[in-house]
Design a protein around this ligand. Structure first.
Ligand code: FPP
Length: 229
C-alpha cells in the first residue's frame, strides 16, 4: 500500500462549541451558531480539494438527548435554518447531501427538510457531504446486521456488513476531533478501523480551513500500513 494514500474520506467530530462560548462569557448556543459557520467553510474547502470525495460531520449523537431541552431545541432550529441556507451552496458546488442516523426521532418538519435537501441534491457528484444526526456507531452496525438477517442471510461476512452500512461509500482515511478530547464517542466505529486519527486542541468555532490544510499535510507524511510492514 502506498505511503501517500489519497485522502478520499474525511470525518470530523466537531467538539468544543460550549467551551468556546463559556470562555467568551457567552451562552452555549452562540458557540453552536459559530460552529455552523465553520461547517460551511470546511465544506467549501472539501469541495475545492482534489481528492476528497466524502466528508462526514458528527452533528448530533444518540447521547446528545441528555442535554437540557432548551439547548436541544436550539440545535434543531439551527439545523433547520442551516440546511435551508446550505442548499444554495450544495447546488452551486455540486454537493450531494446525505443524513445518517435515526432521524425519525426529529420533528416531522425537520425530517421533511432533511429529506428535501437529500432529494434535491442526490444527483450532485463533486462531493458527498454526510451529516450524522441522532447517530451511534454501534446502533448502525446492529441495524445493518438485523437488515441482513431479515434478507435471509444466515452467515454474515465483513464484506456483507461493509456494503450494507448506511455509509457504504468508503472507509474513513482521516478522522479529526477538535477540542482536545481523545475519544471516538461511538462515531463510525466500523468505518474508522484503519483511519489515521488527529486530535487538535482547537475548539470547533475556532477551527478553519488553514488548520485543516495543515492537518492534511501531516496526514500525507504518515505511513499507512494497514497492518502490513
Ligand atoms: C460540540 O460542542 C458540538 C455539537 C453538539 C455537535 C456539533 C454541532 C454544531 C457544530 C452546531 C451546528 C450544527 C449544525 C449541523 C447546524 P459541545 O456543545 O459538546 O461543546 P463542549 O464540549 O465544549 O460543551
Amino acid at each position: 500500500m502506498s505511503k501517500n494514500t489519497p485522502l478520499r474520506h474525511l470525518a470530523i467530530i466537531m467538539d468544543g462549541n460550549g467551551r468556546w462560548a463559556k470562555q467568551k462569557g457567552l451562552n452555549r448556543t452562540k458557540g453552536h451558531e459559530e460552529g455552523a459557520k465553520v461547517i460551511h467553510d470546511i465544506t467549501e474547502y472539501c469541495v475545492n480539494h482534489p481528492t476528497i470525495e466524502t466528508v462526514t460531520f458528527y452533528a448530533f449523537s444518540t447521547e446528545n438527548w441528555k442535554r437540557p431541552k432548551i439547548e436541544i431545541e436550539f440545535l434543531m432550529k439551527l439545523l433547520d435554518k442551516y440546511l435551508q441556507n446550505e442548499l444554495l451552496l450544495f447546488q452551486e458546488k455540486n454537493v450531494a447531501f446525505k443524513a445518517i442516523g435515526d432521524i425519525k426521532a426529529f420533528s416531522k418538519p425537520l425530517q421533511q427538510r432533511i429529506y428535501d435537501v437529500q432529494e434535491q441534491t442526490k444527483n450532485n457528484t463533486k462531493l458527498t457531504y454526510v451529516l450524522a444526526l441522532n447517530y451511534g456507531g454501534r446502533a448502525e452496525i446492529a441495524d445493518t446486521v438485523n437488515r441482513l438477517i431479515a434478507q435471509g442471510k444466515t452467515t454474515i461476512s465483513e464484506k456483507d456488513i461493509s456494503s450494507a452500512l448506511q455509509t457504504p461509500y468508503s472507509d474513513v482515511d482521516l478522522l479529526i476531533r477538535t477540542s482536545g478530547e481523545m475519544r471516538l464517542s461511538n462515531f463510525l466505529l466500523w468505518q474508522l478501523s484503519y483511519s489515521e486519527l488527529y486530535f487538535t486542541q482547537t475548539l470547533w468555532p475556532d477551527f478553519n480551513a488553514a488548520e485543516l490544510d495543515e492537518i492534511i499535510q501531516h496526514y500525507h507524511q504518515r505511513k499507512r500500513r494497514f497492518g502490513g510492514l
